[in-house]
Write a protein that binds this ligand. Sequence first.
Ligand code: 2P0
Length: 339
Amino acid sequence: MESKNAKIVTCVAPVNIAVIKYWGKLDEELLIPLNDSLSGTLSTDFMRAKTTIMVSPTLQENKFWLNGKEQSFDNKRLDNCLKEIKRRANQELPILNWKLSICSENNFPTAAGLASSAAGYACLVSALAILYDIEGDISSIARRGSGSACRSMYGGWVHWCKGIKEDGLDSIAKQIAPASHWPEMRVLILVVSDGKKKYGSTEGMKRGVETSELITYRAQYVVPKRIEDISEAIKKRDFNTFAQITMQDSNQMHAICLDTYPPCVYMTNVSHAIAGLVHAYNSYKGSNKVAYTFDAGPNACLYLLEPEVEEFVSIVNYVFPPSDPQGYFQGMPLSMKDI
Ligand code: 2P0
């Protein structure tokens, strides 16, 4: 909507679930990663961030609300995104000098290791790009808000290339295949805990870079081949290989977290029990039918194909009877999305 005095834009942005994890930064300021990563973007039907931004000459000061609570506007990452948007904008635009009112909300637990910052910054930057008429790739701007946000700028299967430039301008996300390429793909999120995690991923990664020897080995020797192999598996729709690489990469990320000193322990006994159940199920089926991956929290993200959903969900419900029948997303297959 646009009026003479104010401009208002609302955007929604999806969550993405990495199968090759981003873990560690080369540049803390510009959020340039140590290694490439790859993810699937989910549909916005069940999990999404929504942001409305108003710019108006009548606003006296910048304001920012997240999930109904006012936040300080004195936020370096928000500031970095705004600065880069304004740098790329037409400098004659009168709105460049107007104040902003930003209102964001997530319809899923914030900061519980469910990629809330990825969807949040992807949404914020998309809305700002519309307001200030920015063209071209804006994933490198979203990256400056939260690294993984650059992957939520595209639908389907997305590769974030770490890039080689010091200014991070080539550290961008690219779609390698649309969601429609593998339409039977589903994601189940088993919420083990929706509480705020003990240590955020930013802190965990920083400590990892400072103290883990494994993290450099992974970035140099493991990830490049995994990116190649999983991209190939996605192109061929080879679920068995896709699942093996996904589970190995999640386990390696959490091995680095344990190699960090003091260690960052994100997975709980329940998380490990879910991983065990997936391996038992795959072994009973004779090949990989379900893949788990865990982010910086205890919740399990499971990739599986549609024909497997009903049987696997019934086993999950038998082994882990939901304490709250309305429990978040448990048993609800999420689709992927092209945006
Ligand atoms: C990922 N995670 O690839 C990995 C796996 C969590 C575990 O990207 O410091 O919130 O804001 O750049 O993007 C979460 O990290 O970290 C994340 P910052 P971000 O999805």
